[in-house]
Design a protein around this ligand. Structure first.
Ligand code: CU
Length: 331
């Protein structure tokens, strides 16, 4: 049908069919409601038309009718909300087994960094049947990552990470748009999402030399001197980062926050915003000293440390080796 009446773009993600179904439902309910209103207008106009010699009697109103035509449409409208909310929460909650990909938007291109180290511009290669989580930020203004075939769109905002996840279903090349007006060449900020069969994807991923993102972060961690304070024993001036990611952190002011991507990012750029309980606000800011790509690498590295238990290197005496964790085998 779509050949003759191209009403729907390709569907290439698990959520696409659900969004379409909701949309069809919205159109149908609107059509039925419109029809009912027009029928009522016509019927009532005929029934209560002026007739010579006939005096109409006043209508006092009917609580039963009024409640009925309020409650039923209210219930119908609520189904939009409930159905929409169910899809929204599904779209908003990345499964824990997602492959993570970093996206940096800038005027006017999309920069993609895979954990494995592959980098792309205006192209995103993904396998079918795999949950993929995009961790996105912008270098300049607000952009919006939009893949019509996936029925997904997410604002990409400077100064923080926003995420988006999907599971692609059919191989092919799909449009990637920027859906937020972002300056002169906004319309040129387009690209392709290349969905591949897993074996083709593995082959693509294996091509080209590349340093995995956490590895790049580890080198930065050492060269920026982070390792001097963030030691893998309990004697550092900064918190031990082993096993820290993804866990709640108790702060000096009594609050507890989750150590997620945005927390690590903020802690690097604005270290005094959230001081970990038991530590002093001695860390300098790295605002302006690291690029968004370097930040991604650092966050990816801290994340990779989560696989290692806290205090896993208790007897590691020399802080200068802290950049090279010796508990690599723990997995
Ligand atoms: Cu843009």
């Amino acid at each position: 049908m779509s050949k003759f009446l191209p009403l729907w773009p390709d569907r290439a993600s698990t959520v696409a069919g659900q969004v379409d179904a909701l949309y069809i439902y919205l159109v149908l309910v609107s059509a039925v409601m419109t029809l009912l209103i027009f029928i009522a207008v016509a019927v009532l106009a005929i029934k209560y038309r002026r007739r010579p010699g006939v005096l109409p009697h006043p209508i006092e109103g009917s609580p039963f009718l009024e409640i009925t035509w309020s409650v039923i449409p209210f219930g119908v409208m609520l189904t939009f909300f409930i159905w929409g909310a169910v899809i929204f929460f599904k779209e908003r909650t990345p499964p824990t087994n997602s492959t993570e990909v970093y996206v940096v938007a800038k005027q006017w291109m999309w920069k993609i960094e895979h954990m494995e180290g592959q980098r792309e511009i205006n192209e995103l290669h993904v396998p079918t049947g795999q949950n993929v989580k995009l961790i996105m930020t912008s270098q300049d203004v607000i952009h919006s990552f939009f893949i019509p075939a996936f029925r997904l769109k997410q604002d990409v905002v400077p100064g923080r990470y926003n995420t988006l996840w999907f599971k692609a279903t059919s191989p092919g090349i799909y449009h990637l748009f920027c859906a937020e007006y972002c300056g002169t060449s906004h319309s040129g900020m387009i690209g392709n999402v290349v969905v591949m069969e897993p074996q083709d994807y593995a082959q693509w991923m294996a091509g080209g030399p590349s340093v995995p993102l956490p590895e790049a972060g580890k080198q930065l961690f050492a060269s920026l001197g982070c390792a001097t304070c963030h030691r893998f024993d309990l004697q550092g001036r900064g918190p031990n980062l082993q096993g820290a990611f993804g866990k709640p952190v108790l702060l000096e002011d009594g609050r507890t926050v989750m150590a997620d991507d945005n927390y690590v990012r903020e802690s690097i750029l604005n270290p005094t915003a959230k001081i970990v309980a038991g530590f002093k606000p001695v860390m300098p800011t790295f605002q302006g000293l690291v690029t968004d790509e370097q930040l991604n690498a650092l966050v990816a590295y801290v994340k990779s440390l989560a696989q290692q238990p806290a205090g896993g290197a208790q007897n590691q005496a020399d802080a200068s080796t802290a950049g090279q964790p010796q508990t690599k085998q723990v997995q």
